[in-house]
Design a protein. Sequence first.
Length: 349
Amino acid sequence: MNLEHTPQPHADLTSRNTLGLPARAEWLSLPEDDRTLIALLQDTRWRSLPRTVIGEGSNLVLTAEIPGLVLCPQILGRRLLAEEGDQVLVEVGAGEHWDDVVAWSLSHGWQGLENLSLIPGACGAAPFQNIGAYGVELCDLLDSLDAVALDDGRARTFRHDECGFAYRDSRFKSAERGQWLITRLRLRLNRVPQLQLGYADLAARFAALPEAQQTPAGVRELVCQIRRSKLPDPAELPNAGSFFKNPVISSVQHNALQQRFPDLVAFPQADGKVKLAAGWLIERAGWKGRRDGDLGMHAQQALVLVNHAAAEGRHTVTGADVLAFAARVRDSVHAQFGVTLEQEPVILP
Ligand SMILES: Cc1cc2nc3c(=O)[nH]c(=O)nc-3n(C[C@H](O)[C@H](O)[C@H](O)COP(=O)(O)OP(=O)(O)OC[C@H]3O[C@@H](n4cnc5c(N)ncnc54)[C@H](O)[C@@H]3O)c2cc1C
């Protein structure tokens, strides 16, 4: 094996997670191509060790040293694969930064990813929780992906319908969690814009744009503006984005809650259930902008748990502290509304 790809022992992950939690990898590998990755997975010296994949660490709560081999793929590459009528098929490597790919696709006139602008993280992680924002999810654009099995390095392609996509979920996060490393995505994009302006705030800002800017690039600009005004930049105030998923409840429970809270924010779903805005529940439970010691819920976006200590350069808050704080938020929301919040970031190990 190439020496530069020999895994690094006891590697510090503090700067590799956006919550700024102090943690290490027993062995950290940064494979830059499929051959190196597969050789490592099949190498008898590493065969008995557990394997974990990380990307840019923007959706992780690291609680301790991650045992075994931690793989952070650096596989790069963006290319046009095919032009099919009004659509194009593009392929991107797992190690590409997601937002760079959004900008790159729009610069070529390929539309579809603009609502997903500025979501942190690497492309390889995007299918894991089926990233979504402003009415668009990755699954709306994903054609297929390539992955390798973590246990023996065998390669496999998953078609869109084989990925088990759901709200912030996929087969890679649920049924086959920890079994695959995604190496490459293929996305089907449009040459003729089909803008998704279902979100009232986005639609209103778009309508106010001069006609010449009512383009996919214009939507990207607006999404970036909205996100920058509402979400803390992890580089300034470490966080992992939305800390809780929007809970989905039955219409019966929703009706009962709405009687008690007429201003409850809720979105009816196609299956008759109702999705609640977790941020609204957290705010009404009194957590918006509240700081307790080194942790808090953000003042502009109640869903975002922030690490004030790390913002001040102290990496003293641990993953256990974060989980204990989150449990207090979850318990108080449950006590007030009878709704259980589910955590979005992945806890490792
Ligand atoms: C400020 C902020 C805003 C955010 N906004 C949004 C948003 O609007 N919508 C949204 O959906 N998410 C959002 N997120 C969450 C996060 O950006 C996404 O989940 C992103 O896809 C995580 O990418 P990552 O590279 O950082 O993955 P990591 O956090 O490193 O890993 C996340 C999970 O993905 C798995 N994984 C990573 N790479 C691979 C791979 N190559 N193969 C298989 N599994 C892999 C890991 O094992 C882990 O379980 C936000 C986060 C932050 C900090």
